[in-house]
Design a protein around this ligand. Structure first.
Ligand code: FAD
Length: 387
């Protein structure tokens, strides 16, 4: 079989890219090793409201559990910073349905989709990558394609097979652990997401409560991947300290989040890397869905141009455009994260108090300049040496 483009991975980046390319009339195949696209999920399911319009995704109640009106941030000494808006600023998705629907939109645009199909290697002929081998129901398929897209998530192997240096040391990875659970006898405002910081709470990261219902939420944690203790250890400790009984757990999610920087090379020959596979995650909060959508949008534009002009060299423009836009912005966010991860609990308290005076709208939009403006009032926090 031959396609113009074969996409490995039907998470977020893969189907959006496939939809955009298929819409322009090119033949696209999306494969995913999961038997059911979207399941199991490995996600807190929080997404900014603006992404739906920006990336042309229907605002469909079938995958929206709950609208969210802001965030409550808790410092180690319990200081609470509340950012509340009078209209929804985000949603908590049902990713098992969302991912499947994204694949459905790609299929409706003309792409073929094959679940339970795992890429197992690239095919080279005369030194050139001409497709990939995949396993489907015990059978090995040879899929020929002009362009191969690695949208295969944090554990990506495609990029490495293509010769891109995608090695990820443990300290550049956050380890995440999450329960979808009933929060019995624990008061929380279900209209907000709740984020708890502190070096004893979650080293380098935070504990989150992302409400899916009045009493049901994704309760998770992310910590530095080279921590001698596990993320589960810290989450269990936090639940115990807050008298939350873990007796009504509906789902357990474990996963890695690449938070240490982004792939320098996003393409090699005719291979294009997007989303978690390219480490395109916000290193401050670990969210990667919006970043995956942005990368998929830029990459699909250059894939279409390369196919139109029959010039695969045009694919390199994806690297340039991504780095000059998202890459530069996210590098600044990474620098703020690197400063914040060195803060003592007292300094974290001071930082959260300083942020109380910042423009809430801008903070919610992840405006790093607003963060700097607020922290400059606390030079001790901002000027903390990084090593
Ligand atoms: P993925 O969504 O990981 O999709 C990759 C797909 O590739 C998978 O479906 C996989 O099955 C498939 N695949 C892999 N290898 C192969 C292969 N060889 N052959 C075929 N298929 C393959 N981000 C947010 O924005 N908000 C959050 O609240 C949030 N919470 C998170 C909580 C946790 C616990 C974790 C671990 C991550 C969280 N993230 C969150 C990050 C977010 O989930 C990712 O950034 C996002 O899913 C990246 O999308 P993607 O398309 O790049 O990869």
């Amino acid at each position: 079989m031959h396609y113009d483009v074969v996409v490995v991975g039907a998470g977020i980046a893969g189907p959006i890219l496939a939809r955009n390319v298929a819409k322009q009339g090119y033949s696209v195949l999306v494969i995913d090793k999961k038997a059911e696209i979207g399941s199991p999920k490995r996600c807190g399911e929080g997404l900014g409201i603006g992404t739906f319009e920006k990336y042309d995704i229907p605002y469909d109640k079938r995958f929206i559990n709950r609208e969210i009106y802001g965030a409550a941030i808790y410092s180690p000494n319990g200081h609470k910073l509340e950012l509340r808006y009078n209209k929804a600023s985000g949603v908590i998705l049902e990713r098992k349905i969302f991912d499947k629907m994204l694949a459905y939109y790609a299929a409706k645009a003309g792409a073929d989709v094959m679940a339970k199909t795992e890429a197992i290697g690239l095919i080279r002929r005369n030194g050139k990558i001409v497709g990939l081998k995949a396993k489907h129901e015990g059978e090995t398929l040879e899929i020929n394609a002009d362009i191969i897209v690695a949208a295969d998530g944090v554990e990506s192997r495609i990029a490495r097979w293509a010769g891109i240096n995608s090695f990820l040391p443990p300290h550049e990875l956050d380890s995440a652990y999450e329960y979808e659970m009933i929060l019995k006898d624990f008061e929380f405002d279900p209209d907000l997401i709740h984020l708890y910081f502190g070096n004893e709470v979650a080293p380098r990261g935070y504990v989150w409560i992302f409400p899916k219902d009045e009493d049901r939420a994704n309760v998770g944690i992310g910590i530095n991947g080279d921590n001698p203790n596990t993320a589960k250890y810290y989450l269990e400790k936090w639940l115990k300290e807050n008298n939350i009984k873990g007796t009504k757990i509906l789902e357990v999610n474990v996963g890695g989040v690449p938070v240490g920087g982004f792939l320098k090379e996003l393409t090699k020959e005719n291979v294009v890397v997007v989303g978690d596979a390219a480490r395109q995650v916000n290193p401050m909060h670990g969210g990667g869905m919006a970043e995956a959508m942005e990368a998929a949008t830029i990459a699909s534009k250059w894939i279409v141009k390369a196919l139109e002009e029959e010039n695969l060299e045009l694919l390199e423009n994806y690297t340039t455009e991504w780095w000059t836009n998202d890459g530069e912005r996210l590098m600044k966010v990474l620098k703020i994260r690197q400063i914040s991860e060195k803060l003592s609990d007292d300094e974290l308290d001071a930082a959260v108090q300083a942020l109380s005076g910042a423009d809430a709208e801008k903070l919610a939009a992840g405006d790093y300049k607003e963060v700097f403006k607020a922290l400059i009032k606390h030079p001790k926090v901002l000027l903390k040496p990084r090593m």
